[in-house]
Design a binder for this molecule. Structure first.
Ligand code: CO
Ligand code: ZN
Length: 329
């Protein structure tokens, strides 16, 4: 079940640049279903499932990393200063509970407390890890250590919220699709990529090494189907099925790949929707510019509150994505 897999993957922190623990977990889960597994210099977990001779190489990519913080300073009174790893919305980090590389726990707050109207930025944020002195703090944190919102899940039945949904939802879909494909003509490269949140870096080197004939990213996309002050400009909607990307800021989906996704959705009999994302990108942005160009697209999972610690998806959309993807392979 994709939900069981998702819940497993949501339990392990893997901030950008520090995805090792998440990679180990996925490696254990996927090992019985693939022929080869390797990790490259960037930390990408590359899992290969052989096809018949002369099959096409299809690269599927879901990023393991989530946004977080890096410790940049330790103050005399034991507070930590931080910098963002990826696209953090600082005001949404206020009052969050965090876990650090050492396993230490703490909370996030901002200088000056609840001063209304004061913008929250990285320079004003600090972590309180319960230390009273610099020396005490240094027993739990060092410069360069990561910190992330603590793994916590709200299981609402068909819908699930977590700070790591971007992109463990994509990882879960990829894992389940690989499990579903028994035999394929194609050589399938299931890549669990690193450092997507700072510019699609892992996918870039993985695609260069693989030189695929087709690239598909699995990632969340914005669902703005919730109460908003302004008129809704719905990009995708929860519970309305797999979202086939038309374009975002990093790529315009190749028509052949987009059409193949629609075909596969029909073949699998799953609901689907098209989405255009006005901000952000996916691993497809790196894959499609590799070598002389790779026909690429993105299969998206509708997600509310992307990059907030309460990213919410509908597992029925994940199931639709799994079936669509398996039908394509
Ligand atoms: Co993201
Ligand atoms: Zn993502």
């Amino acid at each position: 079940m994709v939900k069981d897999t998702l819940l497993k993957l949501l339990a392990v922190p893997g901030p950008t640049g520090f995805e090792g623990a998440c990679a180990s977990l996925i490696e254990k889960e996927i090992a019985p279903y693939v022929d080869e597994i390797r990790r490259d210099v960037m930390g990408n977990l590359i899992c290969v499932k052989h096809g018949k001779a002369n099959g096409r190489k299809i690269m599927l990519s879901a990023h393991m990393d989530e946004i977080g913080f890096i410790v940049t300073g330790i103050e005399d009174d034991g507070f930590l200063r931080v910098m963002a790893l990826g696209g953090i919305h600082f005001e949404q980090m206020l009052a969050c509970h965090v876990t650090l590389k050492s396993g230490a726990q703490g909370v996030v707050f901002a200088e000056g407390g609840h001063a209304p109207g004061t913008p929250v930025n990285a320079a004003r944020l600090f972590l309180d890890i319960g230390a009273s002195t610099k020396e005490e703090a240094q027993t739990r944190a060092a410069i360069g250590d990561w910190a992330v919102v603590r793994p916590q899940v709200s299981d609402m039945g068909d819908r699930v919220a977590s700070p790591y949904m971007d992109d463990r939802a994509g990882c879960a879909v990829l894992l389940e699709a690989v499990k579903l494909v028994k035999e394929s003509d194609n050589e399938i490269y299931a890549v669990f990529s690193t450092q997507e949140e700072v510019g699609l870096r892992g996918a870039r080197t993985a695609a260069f090494a693989i030189q695929p004939d087709m690239g598909i990213a699995l990632d969340v996309t914005i669902a703005d189907d919730y109460p908003m002050a302004k008129k809704r400009v719905t990009t995708s909607q929860l519970g309305k099925g797999a979202a086939i990307k038309v374009m975002d800021r990093s790529s315009i989906s190749h028509p052949a790949v987009k059409d193949a996704m629609e075909e596969a959705a029909k073949k699998a009999g799953v609901p689907y929707q098209f989405e255009v994302l006005t901000a952000g990108g996916t691993d497809a942005g790196a894959i499609h510019l590799t070598g002389g160009g790779v026909p690429s697209g993105t299969l998206s999972i509708p997600c509310r509150y992307v990059h907030a610690p309460c990213e919410t998806v509908d597992v029925r959309d994940l199931e639709a994505c799994v079936k669509l993807l398996a039908a394509m392979l």
